[in-house]
Write a protein that binds this ligand. Structure first.
Ligand code: ZN
Length: 281
């Protein structure tokens, strides 16, 4: 499932093909994904120039010269292909099938950009000029936003009895964090995922804040190198495999130097959490 680093990698891969380009043709192959697509999607996009390609949380936003923007969300299984080259072929995903190509944009340069989504949990929507889109309105700060400081994180967690894992997944506290990178950041910080968020000292929160940025930055860098390798090599983008320290590693040895613990999986809020009981307190 694409998380922030994967979405950022797709954005970086798409930007050279979309920024400054006019969308010459729009081929919309179904009326809905997770939600209905706007009825005027084809009309609004056709002939519009993309002035910038941005990311907010796990949403890709293409600003249009006629105002507003196109919002793309990759959901659980969404993938984007440029001229047959694939951007974001995620870990464990099944092969791409053409019947799951739901939206194809052709630019004035003749590049085709195809959104493929087998499970259809993704979304395609328009953010109208001056509109506060409901998916974006309640989002907290971006992890790399200078406004997201250790003090702000500490203030957001103060007094909370919810588990730190759940608090970090709360998009109002920090936007874009998902299951994988929350597990990884908590492991690096040595914090038990079930610990009450309000009962973590300020110095440990400051450490966690830095490690949230570190795991995301490393994954974005890994995604960036996969894009570069892809351009240099065969023309096909391979899987970009991250090496996780805890995620998906139940029963395997902890990767912290000298720890010797065994990774355990628990379920929190209906979702798996992987952690090391020996070094996360
Ligand atoms: Zn450990």
């Amino acid at each position: 499932m694409p998380e922030l680093p994967e979405v950022e990698t797709v954005r970086r891969g798409l930007a050279p093909h979309l920024e400054g380009r006019v969308i010459a043709r729009v081929d919309q192959r179904r009326p809905d994904l997770r939600w209905p697509m706007p009825e005027d999607l084809v009309q609004v996009l056709t002939g519009a120039r993309v002035t910038a390609l941005r990311r907010r949380s796990k949403y890709i936003l293409a600003d249009l010269d006629r105002g507003g923007c196109l919002l793309l969300h990759l959901g659980m299984s969404g993938r984007v292909r440029v001229e047959g080259a694939q951007l974001g072929d995620f870990h464990h995903d099944p092969p791409i099938l053409p019947q799951h190509d739901h939206l194809v944009l052709t630019t004035d340069e003749g590049t085709t950009i195809t959104l493929n989504d087998a499970r259809r949990f993704g979304a395609v929507d328009l953010v109208r000029e001056g509109q506060d889109h409901p998916l974006l309105a309640a989002l907290g700060p971006e992890p790399f936003d200078p406004a997201f400081t250790p003090a702000r994180l500490a203030a957001a967690l103060a007094g909370r009895r919810t588990a730190i894992k759940a608090a970090l997944l709360d998009q109002r506290i920090v936007a874009g964090l998902g299951n994988i990178y929350v597990c990884e950041a908590l492991h690096r910080a040595g914090i038990h995922p079930a610990r009450a968020a309000g009962r973590i000292g300020r110095d440990r929160i400051a450490l966690l804040h830095g490690l949230v940025r570190e795991v995301l930055a490393e994954a974005i860098e890994a995604g960036g190198s996969s894009l570069r390798d892809h351009r240099q090599a065969s023309g096909e983008l391979g899987y970009f495999q991250h090496s996780f320290r805890v995620y998906g590693r139940e029963g395997q040895p902890c990767r912290r130097q000298g720890c010797g613990g065994t990774i355990r999986r628990i379920v929190q809020g209906g979702r798996s959490t992987w952690y090391c009981p020996a070094c996360q307190r």
